[in-house]
Design a binder for this molecule. Sequence first.
Ligand code: ZN
Length: 411
Amino acid sequence: MNATLFSNVNVFDGSGAARFPGEVLVRNEHIVAVARGDERLPRDGAELLDGKGATLMPGMVEAHAHLTWPSSVERVIDSMKLPPEEHLLVTAQNARITLDHGFTSAYSAGSLGERFEPALRDMIDAGHLPGPRLRASALEKGAEGVMGVPAGHDPTHDRSIDGLRRYVADMKALGCDTIKFLMSSDEGFAPGGSQVLMYSEEEAQAIGEAARETGIWLACHAQASEAVKRAVRAGFRAIFHCTYADTEALDMLEAKRDELFVAPAPGLLYARCHEAQAFGIGTAEAEKMGAVSGLELMQQVIPQMRKRGIRVLPGGDYGFPYNPIGRNARDLDLFVRLFGFSPAEALAAATGQGGVLMDLPVGVIRAGHFADILLVDGDPTADVTVLQGKSNLAAIMKGGRFHKRPAVTLH
Ligand SMILES: [Zn+2]
């Protein structure tokens, strides 16, 4: 039996409530007890770890992950397209980097390799490779020529209704947990692209029906308001961006707020607006790519979603040279600064609500949940930027095992 007792910690439990001083006992894969205040948990047989007042919180959930997008904080890669062997290895490296930065779960928003993610998920779950728990996706489908997936030239993507249904079933058979469709195109692909719808109402409905019959989740890139509405009507579970959502789209999202999740992914737009000069993207280029207007719109739309109780989760679109994997925790700061979330709300979205997105007992510090735990030097409920410093993560535990051991333990 493997047991760890975290003592002298301030617990943020993932609900959004204030931290409390306490102890947390982990046995094998799970949290088995949480104590508050002066209550002491049994020490017998457990490795004792004095947190010295650090924050103990759930591992974070990246709600819109692209582990196959190549660039990371450890390695800038200019192309999205790599030879498949190298690409798969880079993807595995990115999984480890994601975990190194405090994300113990990742919900995929589309892959660049058809079977990469189911294979990677299974290798991680079996303990052969370090990485977050992964909800694995199929390729991103829908836009002509996007991300190396030219729909018209892709034999697996027959656009007939029967072809779409077959595709959904095929992705389930490949072991994917979710399928990503581009319900709209994007300004980043072509000026005006955001308003170009990629699937008709009939096609979206057929995809939705097939997914329900097959038992697989649907996710989509949706910029135009009508793309959001089509996705909601068709039963999509994760809807990304929603930049141009109008009041009717917001009403529809709110009506299904217990069934769906939104991950706007502000990080890429923010990087294009403010941080990509060294990569040849100045203000004029950022404007041309729609990043400036997109970010302004998001700053109007996302605060409304927050007020309506729609689950808006941090993360997304890390993997570009100027928005590399490993920086994902920056999204929490953008939620606070741009969208009006309190630090505790942003944290709860990245943990407790992220656990609901994963549909796994994670994201909460509670007996019976998986012991996916971060020990943080500092108080992220006061300042979420502490999560951006890898060195502030004193310990990273996933499923009761340390991915990163704390420097000092007591026995
Ligand atoms: Zn994305």
